[in-house]
Design a protein. Sequence first.
Length: 595
Amino acid sequence: MNKYKVAMATGLASVLALTAGCSTATGGTPQTNPAKGATGNDNGSAFSMFFNLGDGHGFDPDLSSWEAYLDDEGIFEGLVIPGPNATKPIPGIATSWKVSSNGKVYTFKLRSDAKFSNGDPVTAQDFVYSMQRAVNPQTAVAAGQGPVSANNLPILNAESILQGESGMTPSSLGVKALNSHTLQITLSRKDQTFLRDLTLPTSSWVVPLDPKAVKGMKPSDWSNPAKVVSDGPYMLQSYKLKTSAKLVQNPHYYGKTSLKQITVYYNSTAGNDTSLSSFKSGQMQETMLQPQDLAAVKANPTLSQELHMYPASAQYTLAVLPSQNTALQNPKVREAFSLALNRSVITNSVLQGAGQPAYNYYLPTWLNPWVKKYAPAYNPTQAKKLLAQAGYPDGKGFPTVDIIVGSTTDPVASAIQQMWEQTLGVKVHFEGLEWGQYVTALKAQLPANQVGFVNESTNANYANLALPQTLKSWIFPGNTILINGFLSPTDYKDWYQIDSNASLSSSKKLAEEFAIYQKGLPTSILNNVKLGIQAFQTNDQSLLEQYYGQQIQQNFSISVYTPLQPVLISSKVKGYQPDQMLLIDPPYWLNNITV
């Protein structure tokens, strides 16, 4: 069997499988089921991949962590799994399902031969146990980490339970075991994409857990391979924080797995991908390039044939920072800053073609082309006019503008700095910070002579899944960075005092912070959320588009570009397909992880 080394640089998994005689790659979990990954054989093949194993919170699928994404790559398996067509899932632990006439009740028949890695059978009761545990607020509190994102699935009462609403207990969740092999899930509304959404990494909590194994576990035990009992095709054999993890075949898995071993490596060195020379020498069969390497690769007749550009998931977005100066809370000012950005120059010149313009925090245009109709066009003349109308002709009297990013270098931020200074006449200060300093800076209120933007990015999401169900579910846990800059200076100081008060319980802190958001956020934001809730409740596509369109046009945040991942793949590698919903690491602001 030929063995190949692989070098890649994306923040989350695009799985690479090594098989006899050639290298085959695909997104998903490698096994004989084509939807779950690599073709191959059971002759002892093994492969390596990279992953961000950096938060140390373990492999508990009922909590939010980086490691939970690896759960989704093969340690745990849910009711359905991605099919060859990403929008059409195929059976996983469930062999079949029926949907009620009103579209709200799903009844799943579970396979009788599904077992956990300790040999225990998987039952419908195990799904109920795990899902109720996931929405129980105390699960996250006890572990000291973030809860799952129940907002992604309209399972009856999930969000209300997670938010600790009065009278809502885990037993109120819309999930029921009709018998050992029949599971019923009730939704709060009809959702045509429910089965598709069960296959997403954000839905990794809809998996079974063995109560016998879990009930005695401490939070730290979820990093101990001897303690983690799972039902997927692979099980955790070893794990070293910020070093590596190794998966081996689950001997009790119902299906045939194609690979004997999966090794995951971590590398914390950001922006240090020097593997082009290794690819050219034949040592590497795959590597992701930095934009500065693109010109030379495109000019090389051989390498240019092996170059692939994959649209990524995260959008490089600028969010307003808290400040004692409210200049950026003026919509005319934000629009001026957005119109002064030449996104085409950034993507074509600064990034050497390794990007495409972006306009919304959650929605890349490759996934939602309709976003473009709300997109602002580069218009420096109108930008200057709007800034003058706001009281700052040619930038006179405008406070210094900070641009904060979580890496020490960022050519895109530097380009934005020049565009704003030249077009608007304002003074702009670019500040590239180490990660710890960056996290601290997110909550620091700027003085009255400064305003600022922070580079904040996240995974793409299907448009319907990023809709708010309630104001509280929209704010927590994901959107606070996007809206903190819109609180008045006094409200923000009150918020910060609460947020930094270690003596408050998490539920008390959340309630007091939410009260500040309710009274302190601008009417424009609150009305936009109401529109999003209406779109969620009615499943109306036109309302959905209006909801996101308002955010773009009012520049609640300013998205700049979506990375195009430049990947060199040897002609020996067949069938590579990245999972674009996980392909989030742009060239600069997350770790480059190398196998």
